[in-house]
Design a protein around this ligand. Structure first.
Ligand SMILES: Cc1cc2nc3c(=O)[nH]c(=O)nc-3n(C[C@H](O)[C@H](O)[C@H](O)COP(=O)(O)O)c2cc1C
Length: 172
């Protein structure tokens, strides 16, 4: 059961040379996390291992971003994206995440691996209002149509620049 955490709106920031690392199984349950992950999110290791990665999901994050992430991973590709995460006490921290499938020696996907680093403040100036718009579109569309609505919104916007989300986030 996921505990309800109330956001404090207080931001924690990564250092430029910090890397937050976690690994999951195929369902997104955490199988490994590094010390920086535990320190910034505010959880001891035993409260993270075996737990769904959505334990740090922030309510300001549009669902369409995670949908894109899972679709990208399931098609065998790596995902890049900006994510706002929730700490145990309700604070938050932004990261630039790279998530990749992990393979065994028979070339089967056995889990996923994520490395996150300091997000460029300049990029967050673009991402924060974009995610706010996506979230508003999701709320307006209702749960059943949320992902469709905000995916359409983000695609429309990015099409104007001739880019998809991945190329967009790699360039901002
Ligand atoms: C390797 C890996 C890393 C992930 N990292 C995060 C993360 O840092 N923050 C987050 O909210 N979700 C992360 N997720 C996605 C979650 O599993 C989940 O899909 C997301 O939080 C949305 O939650 P929901 O599916 O309950 O809506 C990660 C998934 C994987 C496979």
């Amino acid at each position: 059961m996921k505990r309800k955490i109330t956001p404090t709106h207080k931001e924690r920031t990564l250092k430029e040379d910090d890397f937050i690392i976690s690994k999951t199984d195929l369902k997104g349950r955490i199988t490994y996390c590094n010390r920086i992950f535990m320190d910034i999110a505010g959880y001891p290791e035993h409260e993270l291992l075996g737990i769904q990665h959505n334990i740090i999901r922030h309510p300001d994050m549009p669902r369409a971003v995670f949908h894109m992430m899972w679709e990208t991973l399931k098609s065998g590709n790596e995902f890049f994206g900006y994510v706002k995460n929730l700490c145990k006490n309700g604070d938050h921290y932004w990261v630039f995440a790279n998530v990749t499938p992990s393979y065994n020696d028979r070339n089967e996907v056995v889990g996923y691996y994520s490395v996150r680093r300091y997000p460029r403040p300049q990029a967050l100036k673009v991402i924060t209002p974009l995610y706010q718009e996506m979230l508003a579109a999701e709320k307006q569309a209702g749960a059943a149509r949320a992902i469709e609505a905000s995916t359409a919104l983000v695609n429309n916007k990015l099409n104007q620049f001739g880019k998809d989300y991945e190329h967009f986030v790699l360039e901002i």
